[in-house]
Each structure stands twice: as structure tokens, then as C-alpha cells.
Design a protein around this ligand. Structure first.
Ligand SMILES: C[S@@+](CC[C@H](N)C(=O)[O-])C[C@H]1O[C@@H](n2cnc3c(N)ncnc32)[C@H](O)[C@@H]1O
Length: 299
């Protein structure tokens, strides 16, 4: 679900509950910050011999922006960060404070596909395009096509970096694995996600390769902390567990949950429930985030 707590503010019924969009961006940003930092640091950057050009496509609350600005600064490069949501751009601007007025930093409300098309039309491709939890089938009907458009917007030798927090392979209810698998299926149904096929959200590497990029590879950057850790706690309590509770209630039956399963999910996920997951002193969260990268041919 995380790749798209997007713009559908009012949909809290049968579809995904996206009413906490901004809270999601902020709590997720805080929880995933160590993995995002490590992911950006791991990218082998091109050295074009001129100021570096960086695009943050779907910046959200600017989770990776400080690191991307640090990458561009030594060459007096530029960082363009775009999001279709004005609230996201405001949060991203607040995140970087004074850096938002630096000459090379440009934060805009825009569709990443238009920004990519402009770069192609201007012949001024990006040396690095970072996109985190943005390209997936709940947001784009043709995610492979979007990756293709981003790949075209790379300068020769440029890198396209697709990061995913990998929500659906994470451990949020340790000790309740069967129930967690069922709720995960319910959540996928809530988001209308395909169970497999060419638009499945785990096809990021295939989309990079299909876009003609070379050196396609992945790296796992795990987050693993006790659920008492404050950033994990906020993320679990405010975003993850409510999302799971909503998914179980709305699509649990379709995912194969029995009455007993639904009752057990409710007592684990309701803060007032008899067995609330948040009361487990030995709870923990594991989120195996993944960075996929691919490189454009050199001229
Ligand atoms: C799940 S959030 C991730 C935000 C941020 N990259 C992060 O990792 O925290 C996805 C973001 O992509 C933005 N988005 C969705 N479609 C977009 C598009 N076509 N162009 C630009 N941004 C888009 C949404 O508004 C949302 O802020």
C-alpha cells in the first residue's frame, strides 16, 4: 500500500484508506530515513564533467531530498523535486529549510511524466533520477511505460534509482504470520493490485531492463527495530496497523479470512482490543527495503 498513499483523500470505504496521506508521508519518512540515506549513498554516480543534474520524481515529503542536494552540491549541480500534490511539496520545502532557496534547488508541483518529457525535449537529461515508492500499478496503469519515460530522461551514463519500502514483504505482526499473510492479501485487494503479471509491483527490475538500461541490479537495505522504538512506533500505530485493520474489515473475507481470523485480527489491531499488538513488549518490525538501479548507455 505504501507506494501510493496518494490523492484519494475521501476513500475510506471499500478502497484503500488514504485519509492520512500527509501523516503517512511524515511518519514513513522518519521511520525509513536510515534506509533511504544508505540507499542514496550506495548509488554509483556518473561523473559527467559538468554540474550534476538530479530529479526526485514524486518527492512526497522530501524523504531523500537532503541527501540528493548533498550529492549535487560539490559540482554546483541542480536538484529538481516534483510531486503532483501541493501538500507534499510544502512538506518537502519545510524538510530542507534554507536549502530550498539555494540556486540549484527547484521544488515544483508537477507530474513526473511531464518533467521527464521536458528533459527529453530540452536535450538536458538527468544524471540521477531517484523515485521512491512512486511507480507501481495502483498509481500508474502502465508502470513499465513510466519507467521507460524516466529512462529516456536520463543523460548518457545517467542512473535511474527506484527505491521501494517493500511494504508487502515486511513483518508488522510478528508471531501472527498466517494472519499477517491473509491481511496482506486483503490489503492488496483493497488497493486493486494484480496478484502477478507484468504490472505486479515487484517487477521494478524487469521495467528497468525493459527500458533498455544496463547494469540493472538490486540491493536490500533492511530496517529492523523493536516496535517500542519511537519512529517505528509512530509508523505502526498511526499508519500500518490502522491500514491492516481497514484491509481486514473491508477485504478480509475475500482474502479467505474466517470469522475467527477476522475476530483475531480485530483484537490484535484495535488499540482497545484484548490482545492489541502494541501491548506486546517483544514486538518488532522488519522492513526489507529495496533499491533497484539501472544505467543509461554512455553517448
Ligand atoms: C508513497 S508516496 C512516496 C513519497 C516519497 N517519494 C517517499 O518515498 O516518501 C508517492 C508520492 O508520489 C506522488 N505521485 C503520484 N503520482 C505522481 C506523478 N504522476 N507525478 C509526480 N508525483 C506523483 C504522490 O503524490 C505521492 O506524494
Amino acid at each position: 500500500m505504501t507506494s501510493d498513499m496518494d490523492t484519494r483523500e475521501d476513500d475510506t470505504g471499500a478502497g484503500p484508506d488514504t485519509s492520512r496521506y500527509l501523516d503517512y508521508l511524515l511518519t514513513n519518512r522518519r521511520f525509513t530515513a536510515p534506509a533511504v540515506s544508505a540507499a542514496v549513498a550506495s548509488i554509483a554516480l556518473p561523473e559527467p564533467g559538468r554540474p550534476l543534474r538530479v530529479l526526485d520524481a514524486g518527492t512526497g515529503a522530501g524523504g531523500a531530498l537532503p541527501e540528493l542536494i548533498d550529492l549535487a552540491r560539490p559540482s554546483a549541480g541542480t536538484v529538481v523535486a516534483v510531486d503532483v500534490e501541493a501538500r507534499a511539496i510544502d512538506a518537502a520545502r519545510e524538510r530542507i529549510g534554507g536549502a530550498s532557496t539555494e540556486p540549484g534547488v527547484d521544488l515544483r508541483v508537477a507530474d513526473l511524466r511531464e518533467v521527464a518529457a521536458e528533459a527529453v525535449a530540452d536535450g538536458r537529461g538527468f544524471d540521477l533520477i531517484w523515485s521512491s515508492d512512486v511507480v507501481w500499478p495502483a498509481t500508474f496503469e502502465d508502470p513499465a511505460g513510466v519507467v521507460g519515460a524516466l529512462a529516456e530522461a536520463l543523460a548518457p551514463g545517467g542512473v535511474l534509482a527506484l527505491f521501494t519500502t517493500n511494504y508487502y514483504q515486511s513483518m508488522f505482526l510478528p508471531g501472527h504470520s498466517r494472519l499477517e499473510r491473509l491481511i496482506r492479501t486483503a490489503s492488496e485487494l483493497t488497493w486493486g493490485l494484480p496478484g502477478d503479471g507484468p504490472t505486479h509491483y515487484e517487477r521494478l527490475g524487469a521495467w528497468l531492463r525493459g527500458a533498455g538500461l544496463a547494469d540493472v541490479g538490486l540491493r536490500v537495505l533492511p530496517l529492523a527495530v523493536p516496535s517500542t522504538e519511537p519512529a517505528a512506533r509512530a509508523y505502526l500505530e498511526r499508519i500500518v496497523w490502522p491500514e491492516m485493520r481497514h484491509a481486514a474489515a473491508s477485504h478480509g473475507r475475500a482474502a479467505g479470512m474466517s470469522d475467527t481470523d477476522l475476530a483475531r485480527a480485530e483484537e490484535l489491531l484495535d488499540p482497545d482490543g484484548a490482545a492489541w499488538a502494541g501491548a506486546d513488549p517483544d514486538g518488532f518490525v522488519v522492513q526489507p527495503t529495496v533499491l533497484w538501479t539501472g544505467r543509461a548507455a554512455t553517448a
